[in-house]
Write a protein that binds this ligand. Structure first.
Ligand SMILES: *[C@@H]1O[C@H](CO)[C@@H](O)[C@H](O)[C@H]1NC(C)=O
Ligand SMILES: *[C@@H]1O[C@H](CO)[C@@H](O)[C@H](O)[C@H]1NC(C)=O
Ligand SMILES: *[C@@H]1O[C@H](CO)[C@@H](O)[C@H](O)[C@H]1NC(C)=O
Ligand SMILES: *[C@@H]1O[C@H](CO)[C@@H](O)[C@H](O)[C@H]1NC(C)=O
Ligand SMILES: *[C@@H]1O[C@H](CO)[C@@H](O)[C@H](O)[C@H]1NC(C)=O
Ligand SMILES: *[C@@H]1O[C@H](CO)[C@@H](O)[C@H](O)[C@H]1NC(C)=O
Length: 635
């Protein structure tokens, strides 16, 4: 392997870092354009970094993951700040608990890791709407990621809150943040608006000062580099194992003739959408290309080093030919698994790094213990339609035509649209979304009987039968907003009218559903009245809620929840929204359950929202290993 590395040393654009001036005693971090490297405290500096997203890992595991990264030989971590994770409603900010960014920075600092911060405002990251808050969509024609006045005003307000928190954490101010990325792969966005990038640059300079290293990251094409870079922001590239390294760094050189070589996202793995084959990037390729880049003296950030989990509703989606949402696991085939365990890829990366620098002495912290708690049998709580007084305490909004999630100011999860059949339908009659306005899936029942579903881009017609005046309930699922490309203005709900036979459906009652609020409040387990004694094992279809309990066994260990033969839905344990499951499509078959979520001395509470159909056995299984690679349906 070492011989392969050497061939790259001769390239004329290799880093020529030499020992710098004597340290002046003042903390500094800058770019040395003469010697093509970074300078930290006036000494040449090369980073070997890994990406980790605090928003995808429960706070109690942050320290463990950071320590494992440090023990691999990394000297920095790269971190996104998802705007929508912190400003859930306009002007309402949350920086506590799992959102405590400063605590994360502090833990990284204590661990001996520098930080490359990527505060967006847009981050992509396969995260809901690329990190932008969905409330921005209240302005119907807002041009996101541009100099649109309303967008810029919202960004300025956010940065006026975020960046002053960041400033004391800059390396030059005694913290650990060495550099800050402006926007994210802006060159791959259609708008190519330099006024926007200049405005961001001004904001960053205003709040963080003139001495902070600001940089951009772009895909490795001339078009992307042209639209994504700006004078005054250091231009870096990103690429994976299948790219020709010298070609890629040559392209960086065209935009930055001098300065350090930087691959800001070296892909150790890749993401999965529902219906994909599980992505894998081999350890051999990752090790080989990492070694080659380090031999050139390049600075490398591995994306991801630990991927973590899209808990709750935080997964993003892509829209190329059709809408495809990202699975709950963000394991990413990364060196640390979704559950934070060292993999053989991590050990191989450590072996590569060892050839270039001393790595910390001592053992790699072990995998956290896992436990197979076994089967738990659930029981039905009721259908969503029958539970509206609990799930929608505010009651419905009446509207002639359907309203979107954004108009209802409910940004995530599920909403119920109710109307009545305008006439008798004794023959199967087509229910159509002529403008492809179902975002993203609609589960249709008539008088409580499930009739089927409509799905964005792929299923725009289904049949309905019933009698005039029957109640039509349409539960609409928001499957995560598009996080990449030109379609990020991704409104949810029923965006246009539905047509049934020859009638336009009108006169809706629209129920915002706060399922999470009910569950966080203890429901359904705390409900006094136990539901009717069950019940012969009958199959039930359509959106229903189920509950179950498993006794404490003294352990709060990580586990993986498998919903074998269930179809599609959402799961909560002890009030925490674990995310979506969809084993009927795959490839993900198990959900990661962080151990500290489980009680060692109280009954543990499971709640399941199954959207299509639960199996007769009503069992779920807690296993001691994940299964992320079984694709069952590619549609
Ligand atoms: C802020 O976020 C934390 C961590 O997710 C959560 O526990 C807390 O309830 C949130 N605070 C508010 C006021 O929503
Ligand atoms: C970061 O860690 C260093 C070394 O432990 C310490 O001296 C410094 O005060 C820390 N910085 C902050 C901002 O906590
Ligand atoms: C990368 O591209 C260069 C031309 O720029 C070529 O000489 C070299 O063989 C390529 N390397 C690989 C591994 O394909
Ligand atoms: C609807 O019903 C008609 C008549 O039974 C049938 O021909 C058609 O295939 C059905 N369409 C769908 C989408 O199920
Ligand atoms: C489960 O729900 C019951 C009933 O509300 C409650 O007493 C118990 O504390 C809950 N368990 C946990 C671990 O939160
Ligand atoms: C999934 O991964 C496991 C563990 O690596 C492996 O044993 C199994 O064969 C894989 N299954 C499929 C369907 O690829």
């Amino acid at each position: 392997m070492a011989a392969g590395f050497l061939t790259f040393v001769a390239l004329n654009f290799a880093c020529l870092c030499v020992s710098g001036n004597l340290a002046s005693g003042k903390r500094s971090f800058s770019i040395d354009y003469k010697n093509n490297c970074f300078l930290k405290d006036d000494q040449p500096f090369q980073y070997i970094s890994g990406s980790i997203h605090y928003s995808r890992i429960p706070q109690y595991y942050w320290k463990d993951r950071l320590l494992k990264m440090y023990m691999t030989g990394l000297n920095a971590v790269q971190v996104y700040v998802p705007w929508n994770f912190h400003e859930g409603a306009q002007g309402v900010y949350n920086f506590t608990g799992d959102r405590d960014l400063e605590h994360f920075l502090n833990l990284a600092n204590q661990t001996g890791l520098l930080v490359i911060l990527r505060p967006g405002p847009y981050i992509c990251a396969e995260w809901e709407m690329g990190g932008l808050p969905a409330w921005l969509l209240q302005k119907p024609n807002i041009i996101l990621r541009s100099a649109d006045t309303d967008y810029l005003q919202a960004v300025s307000n956010w940065f006026a809150v975020l960046l002053p928190k960041i400033k004391p954490w800059l390396y030059i101010n005694g913290g650990n943040i060495i550099s800050v990325q402006v926007e994210n792969e802006y060159g791959s966005y259609y708008a190519c608006d330099y006024n926007y990038m200049r405005h961001l640059q001004t904001l960053f300079r205003f709040f963080l000062g003139e001495d902070t290293v600001l940089f951009t990251t772009d895909g490795n094409t001339d078009k992307e580099m042209t639209c994504g870079t700006l004078e005054g922001l250091y231009a870096t590239v990103d690429f994976g194992t299948d790219t020709n390294i010298s070609e890629a760094f040559k392209r960086q050189r065209r935009f930055e003739p001098r300065g350090p070589l930087v691959n800001s996202e070296f892909y150790t793995g890749w993401l999965d959408h529902w219906g994909d084959q599980h992505a894998r990037v081999t350890t051999e390729k990752v090790s080989k290309v990492l070694g080659e880049m380090l031999t050139m003296g390049a600075n490398v950030n591995m994306y991801m080093f630990e991927g973590g989990t899209n808990f709750g509703y935080w997964n993003g989606a892509d829209h190329d030919r059709r809408f495809r949402s990202v699975v709950t696991s963000y394991d990413y085939d990364a060196p640390l698994s979704e559950a934070g365990d060292p993999t053989e890829k991590l050990l191989a990366i450590r072996d590569v790094i060892k050839q270039f620098r001393d790595i910390p002495a001592g053992p790699m912290p072990p995998a956290t213990p896992k436990f197979a708690y076994g089967f738990v049998t659930l029981k039905k709580v009721g259908s969503v339609s029958a539970l509206l007084s609990t799930l929608s305490p505010m009651g419905p909004v009446q509207s002639h035509y359907p309203l979107t999630f954004e108009e209802m100011k409910q940004y995530y999860g599920y909403m119920l649209y109710r109307t009545t059949l305008p006439r008798d339908l004794s023959e199967p009659t087509p229910l159509i979304s002529p403008l492809n306005g179902v975002h993203d899936r609609a589960y249709v029942s008539v008088n409580g009987v499930y009739q089927g579903l409509l799905q964005r881009d792929t299923a725009l017609v289904m049949n309905v039968t019933g009698h005039q005046g029957d109640t039509v309930d349409i539960l609409v699922e928001n499957m995560g907003r598009v996080n990449f490309g030109s379609k990020i203005n991704d409104y949810k709900g029923l965006l246009s009218n539905l047509i049934l036979g020859k009638d336009v459906l009108t006169d809706w009652k629209i129920y915002s559903l706060d399922i999470d609020g009910a569950i966080t409040g203890g429901w359904p387990h705390s409900a006094r009245k136990q539901s009717n004694p069950p019940m012969k094992k009958e199959l039930s279809f359509g959106p229903n809620l189920y509950m179950g309990t498993f006794p404490p066994n003294g352990l709060s260990w990580d586990t993986f929840l498998k919903l074998n033969e269930w179809t599609k839905g959402q799961v909560w344990i002890n009030g925490m929204n674990l995310g979506r499951y969809w084993p009927a499509r795959g490839p993900q078959q198990t959900l990661y359950v962080p151990g500290p979520l489980l009680s060692s001395n109280q009954p543990n509470n499971i709640t399941v929202l199954e959207l299509e159909g639960a199996p007769a056995h009503l069992r779920v299984l807690f296993m001691d290993r994940p299964q992320l690679n079984a694709t069952t349906d590619k549609s």
